[in-house]
Ligand binder design. Structure first.
Ligand code: APR
Length: 318
């Protein structure tokens, strides 16, 4: 059966996600944006590519919510990047406002959808979407860990001239400088990475992965990464649409306690089993004492943002 996927925000990431998704014939993709004509133009351009790639995907662009009705999955990429002179709290407030309004509109038209968030600061934006949607947490989650893991894996593969398919790595925690690469359980074709790359080089690779987003911003000068973030979203969507039950690091709600991570009531990057119902399980991985400490630090950073959202006048989170 065909599935309907709405992408809110037809900017760099949203449009590139549509491009990845349009490779499959069984999807109706709606690109939504507030900029008039832009989502329609990108959708038409993509539709004109379909005869070339032989896909029966249908892509429409819109500035109205009616066209998004009855979506199975809604991806929220709408937001502003941080601009010079803007404080972290300014950005937090602006993007929280955008995500709040978008979520209300989405939910009114697609009450049974699964929401996937990309807007930064990601973990905090998931809290807004959870609150505004009233959806159960298994239907509200975010993309970050797949991207962070992919960056770490790509750098290891480059270092060793290895196939990316043989690198098995995991990066957990919040999407930020204190993300938690699980170096101890990272291997290449089954060989622990610590046996293949000297400690000092490995530390430099971890550091590069942590700052991966900033490295691309510095090169692009206008805008941030979009190919890898949108590929990560496409992977999450694939696992849900095909009920593949893949275990992927995603920003998920820890509820009263999810997995063995000792974190409650927060969104955080943890391994999640993604299937037709959304997040079907938060999977426990045994962490070393250092990894556990790093995860707690990362959780504390997310909590700080959540508290900031509660402290605004009027509060963005209750
Ligand atoms: N409703 C719908 N779309 C909106 C809204 C809104 N209220 N506000 C902004 N947008 C749209 C913009 O018009 C723009 O087309 O969101 C799109 C964002 O696209 P880009 O600026 O190209 O940003 P992108 O690189 O795709 O990143 C998306 O991910 O990295 C995070 O938080 C970061 O905002 C960024 C988001």
């Amino acid at each position: 059966m065909r599935k309907k996927i709405t992408i809110v925000g037809a900017g760099q990431t949203g449009a590139t996600l549509a491009h990845w998704l349009a490779q499959r014939s069984d999807v109706d993709i709606v690109l939504f944006d507030i900029v008039e004509g832009m989502p329609q133009g990108k959708a038409l351009d993509l539709m004109e590519a379909m005869p070339i790639i032989g896909s029966d995907a249908k892509i429409t662009g819109t500035n109205g919510w009616d066209e998004t009705a009855d979506s199975d999955i809604v991806v929220i990429t709408s937001g502003l990047p941080r601009k010079p002179g803007m404080s972290r709290d300014d950005l937090l407030k602006i993007n929280a406002g955008i995500v709040r309004d978008v979520t209300r509109n989405v939910v009114a038209k697609s009450p049974n959808s699964i929401l996937m968030l990309l807007t930064n600061p990601l973990d905090a934006m998931c809290h807004i979407a959870l609150q505004e949607s009233g959806f159960p947490p298994e239907r509200v989650f975010g993309q970050a860990g797949i991207l962070d893991t992919a960056r770490f894996s790509a750098f290891i593969a480059m270092e060793l001239n290895a196939s990316v398919s043989d690198v098995n790595a995991y990066v957990l925690g919040g999407h930020g400088d204190d993300m938690v690469p699980l170096v101890g359980s990272t291997n290449v074709g089954g060989i622990p990475v610590s046996k293949l790359i000297p400690a000092e080089r490995l530390e430099a690779i971890v550091d590069r992965a942590r700052k991966g987003g900033g490295e691309i911003v510095a090169l692009l000068k206008t805008g941030s990464a979009f190919y890898a973030p949108s590929a990560a979203l496409a992977q999450m969507i694939d696992s849900v649409l095909n009920d593949r039950k893949r275990i992927l690091p995603c920003a998920v709600f820890t509820g009263q306690n999810a997995g063995n991570y000792g974190v409650s009531g927060l969104y955080l990057g943890l391994p999640a089993r993604l299937g037709a119902a959304g997040v079907e399980e938060v999977v426990s991985i045994d962490l070393t004492a250092n990894e556990q400490a790093a995860l707690q630090k990362s959780a504390a950073s997310v909590k700080e943002l959540v508290e900031a959202l509660k402290s605004f006048d009027p509060p963005m989170l209750s």
